[in-house]
Ligand binder design. Sequence first.
Ligand code: ZN
Length: 313
Amino acid sequence: MCELIRRSLGLFCLAVGFSAFAAEPVFVPKAAKVTDNVYAIVGPLGQRSEANAGLNANYGFVITPNGVILIDSGASAHSAAMLEKTVKEVTPKPIRWVLNTGSQDHRWLGNGYFAGKGAEIHAMAGSVKTQKASASQQLDNLKRFVGAQLVGTAPRQATEVHPSPERSLVIDGVRIQWIETNAHYPGDTMIYLPDSSVVFTGDLVYVDRILGILPQSNVRKAQAAFQRLVALNAKHVVPGHGRVTDIAQAKRETGDYYDFLIKNVGAAARNMDSIGETLDKFAKPTQFMHLENFGELHRANMNRVFTDFEANP
Ligand SMILES: [Zn+2]
């Protein structure tokens, strides 16, 4: 939640992180069956902390005849081991393939742990590019939130790199359609499993909490990717953050919000309206105000969209 504030107000975020930690229960990841052989591990909605080991995002796995495909590898070797333990509660099969949906710390910094146990690490080219560019900064930032839990974590990018923007592949009999979204970070992706009608959206979709627009985010690409998501017509949606859901909730809490930002804030910037008046005018969209983190993020989100559309009308 503090991600975007962190850059400009590091101290403030540390304070928030600390007070949240004081009352935060220790997070024990649990597997929840989505359908057939597909499972989700839903992380908490708040900021990274020692109590949640940086697993404040969603993960998933697919049990195949000869092993397990893990979707996203955790924020450190420490948290990767936690995910591995969670998978073991469901199946004794080894994690043989790891797929990264994106480049944020908690999506890929556990790669080295699984590679060390012989897993193949897969990602799309755009994600790998962003991972490489941001690895050292991510480790520095994450250290402030999870401290000693980072010991033993070495950034390790995928060895199986798939060309963007879209790729179909089969892993141990499981068909995978891999689609670039570029929503939250450049090179972000979603992973669709047509045989079980499940889509892991990565940070394209947030439910239960408001999504964050970062300087690196692209709301126009996110809107286009959301339309692509809708066209997949998947029965089960595992969002980047929030409960496992369907496309209707994803649309209400994410797709409609992208539309809202573009239609109102983007249009105002194109129209060269005043930024202050625009942010005030759209400060209270009742359809999104119930979402967690709304108070902290909505105005900053609008600010980012306004600036983006001003520079690229
Ligand atoms: Zn995220």
